[in-house]
Design a protein around this ligand. Structure first.
Ligand code: IFM
Length: 768
């Protein structure tokens, strides 16, 4: 039977491309850092990357990007004086596994040389208990007596897209601990890696060569004997210990881990992961393919969930490297945040704290970006300060090599509303207004202020309009009245008004202080008016189809296939100035359909179906964010087969790693946490039919044909529930640790869920 808690492969070749894709698939992370799924002996040419969360750097005029740390996991082995690597030696067997339950990467490789067989095994994890720490167990054995040399330590040769970011690289060995330190180019932040090992064989000498700070361990190995040591490496930066000496902290960390020992470190790490899975796993009976893909997607989200107290967020390519500048996009709020909010609110809050932390950056952007913009215009590509990392020429033209003017940065204004919506959802589903008081309320008001400064009052129609924007479909820039954007802007006003009412009733002092602080008192009436008068394109009275933006229906109705047949270069970008899609109705990704999914209670199933049927054939799905929106909406109007197809497409994106790695000339080969979140949303919110708001949880299951039983956890208002859905019944178990009785609406039946009780409700399955 297939193990649905691991993935493995015997592949190790495939050139740079194969190594790059496997590096993504087999990556580990712990919120603090990511470690690509590369092999111990690999270097920068094989895209080894230990990508750090929340620390960025810029070299010259190149894009700012996250900093990669020196590789404290580096080890290479020589047999009888010749180095062995999967890249250059004869490999008779190779096997590597990613263990999802314990977030560990293992490899075993057998090399053949001169009638000898050398076996190396290694297993690594990035501690879920101590975020700065990585731990590796490394073993070597040879079937015949042999001279073996191991070089292990810290590799200061760092793979960077736009580096080098660490200057003045310096190495040391102190108290048996290896150290490599560098300083970032832009902000002079120190990044230090310390490494300690436990070794009980061989002669150890020291080498600092080619930017590598290494221990050289030589010994005469006996035939068939296994030699094992453990490596403990820690990454510490000025972000962790601003202004304080970082070296003693790093040394202490690795020596402490070493004293604790590998087994104890692993035990602590496993215990943390057991807690994560206890809460976040989703179980599907009857469909192993979906089970593994969904579990893998959840794993991808859990490994990059921000460390408690960091106020970091999750970049669009997670911690799989420096792709997309390590930046945070709307992907987080719209696609990843729902998973955390419904299962792991402690992480959801961290994601929101990031937006609070970067509010000043959003204010700066509003001031500098637009004509008279005020409030908070969040960065399209956000890094640690909230200033926009997105350039005005963000895609390279593969024909000319020149950069194309794109308007992602200046016109994709829905980002501010996406943030406001997520903040409000957090309040509604947790019932906890402390985040609002911590700065969330200020964010919401500043987002509303931004939209009011952006909105145009069209006198002859007596309405506000949001003009000159880009919606989620990035192939059509500078459009007026984009349905998604206008709806999100309107909702921001609705939320601002509701929030002010909430605070007025429950936190009047805090509200008064906030209104005074940001001087917004007179604008509150504007927000009420804008909530009423902001125009959002409505469904056509005959067809039910919502026009994506003014004039969309007049565009040329080419098919996606026709468009693609005209492509001259495989990586050419279909949008921007002269992109093939610009004069046509072909859209990049779900736009109106994304809006129908986000505001699902406001539109009928009929409207959803009409729009889905209109837009799906016209969607290129050029973004990994697209398929899940179509899947969720299809589940709502009952096309479960289609929903399933797009669910799988989304859930398998990182597992299969067949995604495109270039847009124009821009390399973007990393993992896709938004799609991972989309997979979870399609499963739980789509097939599970979960819809929670401030008043109650509604569950209207519509299981796809393949699934017999579907189990998941749901966090709601400080309590948690285990939900089991079969083809005919929903069972909700409320643990005795729950504090309150909750009323849920299950398949139309009002259901009381009391702490310690379990309740089953029968339902009639959706006809297919
Ligand atoms: O945020 C997305 C955008 O919607 C489409 N291009 C890629 C971005 C990052 O995933």
């Amino acid at each position: 039977m297939k193990n649905l808690w691991e993935i493995s492969t015997t592949e190790y070749a495939g050139g740079k491309e194969g190594v790059m894709r496997r590096g993504n698939v087999y990556q580990l992370a712990n919120g603090y850092m990511g470690y690509r799924g590369t092999l111990d002996e690999f270097g920068p040419a094989e895209l080894v990357g230990i990508t750090l969360a929340g620390i960025f750097d810029r070299v010259g005029l190149a894009w700012r990007e996250p900093v990669n740390a020196p590789n404290g996991g580096y080890t290479r082995v020589s047999l009888d004086g010749v180095e062995r690597s999967v890249l250059t030696s004869k490999v008779t067997r190779h096997h590597q596994t990613l263990h999802l339950a314990s977030a560990r990467f293992e490899r075993e490789t057998v090399f053949s040389a001169r009638a000898k067989k050398l076996t190396i095994k290694s297993a690594r994890f990035l501690s879920a208990d101590t975020p700065n720490l990585g731990v590796i167990q490394y073993s070597v054995s040879c079937d015949k007596a042999a001279n073996i040399t191991i070089r292990t330590g810290i590799d200061g040769n760092i793979w960077d897209l736009n580096g080098p970011h660490l200057l003045q690289l310096a190495a040391e060995k102190r108290e048996g601990v290896l150290l490599v330190q560098g300083v970032t180019n832009e902000n002079a932040k120190r990044v230090l890696v310390a490494e300690a090992i436990d070794l009980n064989f061989g002669e150890e000498t020291h080498e600092w060569q080619d930017q590598r700070n290494l221990r050289v361990i030589r010994w005469q190995a006996e035939a068939g004997q296994t030699y094992t040591f453990h490596k403990y490496f820690a990454v510490v930066t000025d972000n962790d210990l601003a202004g304080k000496p970082i070296e003693p902290a790093a040394v202490k960390m690795v020596l402490k881990a070493k004293a604790l020992g590998h087994a104890a470190c692993l035990e602590k790490h496993r215990a943390e992961w057991a807690k994560k899975w206890e809460r976040c796993d989703v179980q599907i009976e009857g469909d192993d393919e979906a089970q593994l893909a969904l579990r893998y997607s959840i794993f991808q989200l859990l490994i990059v969930a921000p460390v408690a107290g960091s106020a970091n967020s999750i970049p669009a390519r997670a911690l799989s490297g420096q792709v997309y500048k390590g930046a945070i996009f709307w992907d987080t709020e719209m696609f990843m945040f729902p998973f955390f909010l419904h299962t792991y609110p402690e992480k959801a809050v961290e994601l929101m704290r990031y937006r609070i932390k970067t509010l000043d950056g959003a204010r700066r952007k509003a001031r500098t970006e637009g004509p008279g913009y005020r409030g908070a215009f969040y960065a399209w590509e956000s890094q640690e300060t909230g200033d926009d990392a997105c350039s005005y020429f963000n895609i390279g033209d593969p024909f000319t090599g020149r950069d194309l003017r794109t308007h992602f940065r200046d016109k994709q204004v829905h980002i501010s509303g996406d943030v406001a919506i997520a903040l409000w959802e957090y309040f509604k589903l947790t019932g906890d207004d402390s985040l609002l008081l911590e700065g969330g309320a200020e964010v919401i008001l500043e987002c509303a202020r931004f939209y009011f400064s952006h909105a145009y009052f069209k006198k002859e129609k007596g309405r506000y309009e949001i003009l000159d924007v880009i919606g989620p479909d990035e192939y059509h820039e500078c459009v007026n009245n984009n349905a998604f954007t206008s709806m999100v802007a309107k909702e921001t006003f609705v939320i601002a008004n509701a929030m002010v009412e909430h605070l007025r009733k429950n936190q009047p002092k805090a509200l008064r202080a906030l209104v005074k602080k940001i001087g917004i008192s007179r604008e509150l009436a504007d927000f009420r008016e804008a909530a009423r008068l902001l125009y959002v394109p409505a469904p056509d009275s005959k067809t039910g189809v919502i026009e994506q933006f003014d004039g969309y229906f007049k565009l040329r109705d080419d098919t996606v296939e026709e468009l693609k047949s005209r492509m001259v270069h495989p990586n050419e970008y279909l949008g921007a100035g002269q992109g093939l899609a610009v004069p046509t109705k072909v859209i990049k990704q779900a736009d109106v359909v994304m809006m129908l999914n986000l505001f699902k209670t406001r539109y009928s199933a009929k409207i959803k179906q009409a729009n889905w049927e209109y837009y799906e054939p016209r969607t290129e799905h050029g973004s990994s964010l697209s398929a899940c929106a179509y899947a969720m909406v299809a589940a709502e109007f009952g096309d479960l087969d289609f929903a399933y197809k797009y669910f799988l497409k989304t859930a398998k994106i990182d597992l299969e790693a067949k995604y495109k790695v270039y847009v124009g000339t821009v390399f973007m080969g990393g993992s896709h946490p938004a799609a991972n979140g989309g997979a979870w949303m399609t499963a739980v919110l789509g097939f599970g039919g979960v819809q929670a708001d401030e008043n109650r949880v509604v569950i209207n299951p519509r299981l796809c044909a393949q699934w017999q039983t579907f189990r998941f956890y749901l966090a709601y208002k400080g309590d948690g529930f285990r939900i089991k859905i079969t083809k005919t019944a929903v069972t909700i178990s409320s643990p005795s640790t729950n504090v309150r009785r909750h009323t849920m609406l299950v398949a139309g039946n009002k259901t009381e869920c009391a702490p310690g009780a379990s309740v089953t409700v029968k339902y009639r399955p959706t006809k297919q």
